[in-house]
Design a protein around this ligand. Structure first.
Ligand SMILES: Nc1nc2c(ncn2[C@@H]2O[C@H](COP(=O)(O)OP(=O)(O)OP(=O)(O)O)[C@@H](O)[C@H]2O)c(=O)[nH]1
Ligand SMILES: [Mg+2]
Length: 205
């Protein structure tokens, strides 16, 4: 179980498969350097960044899905811990940012869509909605995507959002975290902070 969460009454969480760029995005949001790496499974415990003055914390959760050198049981238990964490702190969480690799996401989702299986990211999206947490899809690594609108339209479709993707700017945010281009995400998060009547936190995004 994850146990190092600071006691704060407002939170934004970053979720997503390993290696999609969660910790890189965390660095861009907070200005603080978190360990990032080329190998999946770098982050094993949540990274929390909190502002004492505002009772606000941003949390970079460990990646789920395939992690090199991590046993399957361990991967399953990380997933269970993530689900429990979200359930436990649902009242505080004002948005759940699901980070996707813009270039790989559609293929990964399609590969895992069968009669018995829902892809993790899609499952997580529905899970957040059930708990009343607004999900935001941060479509990262857009620097590697050439057919931008088509790709974003496919991603919208896979999450049950009717294309064109531009109708869903509160939910779909194309970004390139590595280059600090995260404006679309900041805008989406600000909308949800406003909805939660937490305009005081908009200055962080
Ligand atoms: N091309 C490109 N690469 C990126 C971008 N953002 C992150 N990366 C790279 O993707 C790799 C993984 O980034 P991390 O931030 O460590 O990913 P993570 O999701 O935290 O990974 P885990 O901790 O393993 O779950 C690193 O090599 C980053 O430099 C981006 O916008 N574009
Ligand atoms: Mg990480």
């Amino acid at each position: 179980m994850f146990e190092n969460r600071p006691d704060r009454d407002a939170e934004i969480v970053l979720l997503g498969r390993s290696n999609v760029g969660k910790s890189t995005l965390m660095r861009e949001i907070t200005g603080h350097d978190f360990t990032t790496g080329g190998k999946p499974g770098v982050t094993r415990q949540p990274n929390h960044y909190d502002w004492a003055s505002e009772s606000f914390v941003v949390t970079d959760l460990p990646g789920f899905g395939f992690m090199s050198g991590v046993e399957e049981d361990r991967q399953e238990s990380i997933k269970t811990d993530i689900v429990r964490y979200i359930e436990e702190h649902a009242d505080a969480i004002l948005a759940g940012v699901i980070v996707l690799d813009g270039k790989a996401a559609v293929d990964i989702i399609d590969r895992h869509t069968t009669e018995e299986e829902i892809p993790h990211a899609v499952e997580l999206y529905g899970f957040l909605q059930e708990l009343g947490i607004p999900p935001v899809l941060a479509v990262n690594k857009m620097d590697k995507v050439d057919d931008r609108d088509e790709r974003l339209g496919d991603i919208a479709d896979r999450f049950g959002l009717v294309p064109p993707w531009e109708q869903w700017r509160d939910t779909i945010a194309p970004i390139t975290a590595k280059k600090g281009d995260i404006d679309a995400l900041n805008q989406a998060v600000r909308v949800h902070l406003e909805d939660a009547k937490r305009d005081d936190l908009k200055k962080f995004f």
